[in-house]
Design a protein around this ligand. Sequence first.
Ligand SMILES: [Fe+2]
Length: 194
Amino acid sequence: MDRYVTGAVIRRLRENKGLTQEELAARIFVSGKAVSKWETGQGFPDISLLEPLAKALGISVIELLSGEDIRNRNRSSNMLRGKFYVCPVCGNVIRSVGEALVSCCGITLPPAEAEPALGEHAISVEDVEDEFYVSLRHPMEKGHYISFLAAVSDDGTQFVKLYPEGNADARFKRRRVRRLYAYCNRHGLFEVKL
Ligand SMILES: [Fe+2]
């Protein structure tokens, strides 16, 4: 494994934490010189040090490996600001309340950015009693289809998985729903604000 963690990342995370090289070294029982070598690219921390190093820097191992520390400033967790992460390999869908570092099938997934639902991806919404009937006129072929629909309110997410050859529709409880989402496996995430 080469460059599984870079010196620049270690330095940035150490400085964010307000530690000197010596202080960081003391926490993980290595010499200050060792830390200095890592940061200047003259060596790498032994793999057995990853966990203690991450702990000393106040982050998870996965954050250390990705070179990012994830901080959610909005801890009140408003679902409307949540994210969808979709794995392009296996189709897994992960919903988070805030920012997260998500990986699936060995890939770090970016949050899906929603575009306005227009044209082929227009989302139609009808009121049926206390529900929304949500549908799209979009192909549902293997290789190009709507793979899920979701309705998001400030306190929750309703989610329906769809499959090729099925219908691109779903019913959702109307209560407090503010956003509707459709995910096309080829074109990504589309959104309607209600
Ligand atoms: Fe599409």
